[in-house]
Write a new protein. Structure first.
Length: 435
């Protein structure tokens, strides 16, 4: 270990222990209206930003402009004979707070489809990368490569009036949302299918066309993608990817640069990458137990073994929610209606029965319930999308709807550059000593 790294490690180790002691002994002291625990603990629950497109209640879960996910299924337009909502309708709702008519959604869908052209230079950039490059890395690079077409960046350089920022940001946001399924499908096909690409189908909706280009061209998978793109679209503004979009956008970076940063946040194991960790953990359990249909007792023992090894059970627990994630429950409903006998799905349901009881008995977890990631992988595997490290790209395509809507509102409201005040640990220790 080099000298700087060694010194950093030693100092950080000491300070880490000091902070633990401060949290234990002085965590309830208020510092500028927040507690020491909140200050050190990632600003958890500090009300410090505006985000109107959705809100998250610990008991009720996510609401999009006041609508729960089950309510969205009832009010948002669908394709003919379809059961799942069209995510284009959700974007409309988040933008203006009104449920669109079927005619409005179809017209908006056509508008998106008219914007989906991706410059060849973007594909050239992707093709220059090693094929084994992580899909989220490819995704982030592709988004940055598309930035050369930013309308906001061009007009800002020309001297755009600040009252028109929202207009250019809206145009960029729609262009970005329209292009993302094209780029994401390209990454999937080049990485896992020898670069055999499937052309866009102009007669399909946004999510249905994404499913088609991935190469899983079935009615049920298209329905799953409509549901998936809807329930993953937004989760209020405080989560890492949404907050990153808001933060970078507050510097007047355009939608492409802001969204690329957002996706880099989503790629973290404590955020969106968790969805690939869940199914990976389940598959490791299946392999170790030697059966695709383990008993509940086998599952319980494997859960206990995971915890005893100092690991977490992926997909369980949430920073805010104190009940089962409604997004988990909506995916469970989809599975019950479409694939109830799938062995991996049944494992997920058994985990839902076992893990909360085990975690709750330990008394260390505020929320022992499953989050959205606990179910999505089982559904994707059933329909043939088994490449776990691609799952966060799907998450990212969906999340664009919410964070782009938020960015449009940021610029329309003229929200300021985000600039919280930081303090040093020496300042904190001195403050506490005087309290």
């Amino acid at each position: 270990m080099d000298p700087l790294k060694e010194k950093f490690y030693q100092k950080s180790k000491i300070l880490k222990e000091e902070l633990k002691s401060i949290l234990k002994e002085k965590g309830d002291i208020v510092v500028d209206k927040i507690t020491v625990e909140q200050l050190i603990g990632g600003m958890r629950s500090v009300k410090a930003m505006l985000w109107d497109t959705s809100s998250l209640d610990p008991e009720e879960g996510i609401r999009f402009r006041g609508y729960t996910i089950p309510e969205l299924r009832q009010v948002l337009p669908r394709v003919p004979q379809g059961k799942e909502p069209l995510p284009e309708g959700l974007f409309w709702l988040m933008m203006v707070g009104e449920v669109p008519t079927t005619e409005e959604v179809y017209a908006f869908g056509k508008e998106l489809r008219s914007r989906e052209f991706v410059e060849q230079s973007v594909f050239d950039v992707l093709d220059a990368l090693p094929v084994e490059t992580h899909p989220m890395t490819q995704f982030s690079i592709a988004i940055n490569a598309m930035q050369s077409s930013s309308i906001f960046a061009k007009k800002y350089e020309e001297g755009m009036n600040k009252n028109d920022y929202w207009d250019a940001m809206y145009e960029d946001s729609l262009n970005l949302i329209a292009k993302l399924p094209i780029v994401a499908a390209y990454i999937y096909r080049r990485t896992y299918h020898q670069g055999y690409h499937i052309p866009s189908d102009p007669n399909l909706d946004w999510a249905g066309n994404f499913a088609h280009m991935l190469g899983i061209d079935t009615r049920d998978f298209k329905a799953l993608m409509r549901l998936y793109m809807t329930i993953h679209a937004d989760h209020e503004g405080g989560n890492a990817s949404a907050h990153t979009m808001h933060l970078v956008g507050s510097t007047l970076s355009d939608a492409y640069l802001s969204f690329a940063a957002s996706m880099n946040a989503l790629a973290g194991p404590l955020h969106g990458l968790a969805n690939q960790e869940v199914i990976k953990w389940i598959m490791e359990m299946v392999e170790e137990l030697g059966t695709h249909r383990p008993s509940k007792e086998d599952i319980r023992q494997y859960v206990l073994k995971t915890l005893e090894e100092g690991k977490v059970v992926p997909g369980y627990g949430h920073a805010v929610l104190r009940k089962p994630d409604p997004r988990f429950m909506e995916q469970k409903r989809f599975a019950e209606e479409n694939i109830p006998s799938d062995p991996t799905v049944q494992i997920v349901w058994n985990l839902f029965e076992i893990v909360p009881e085990v975690l709750g008995s330990l008394g260390k977890v505020k929320n022992p319930w499953p989050n959205v990631d606990a179910h999505s992988g089982a559904l994707l595997v059933h329909y043939g999308l088994k490449q776990f490290n691609y799952y966060t790209v799907l998450f990212g395509v969906s999340r664009a709807l919410g964070v782009c809507a938020g960015l449009c509102w940021d610029r329309a409201l003229g929200l300021s550059l985000e600039r919280p005040k930081s303090i040093t640990t020496d300042w904190l220790k001195e403050f506490i000593s005087k309290s």
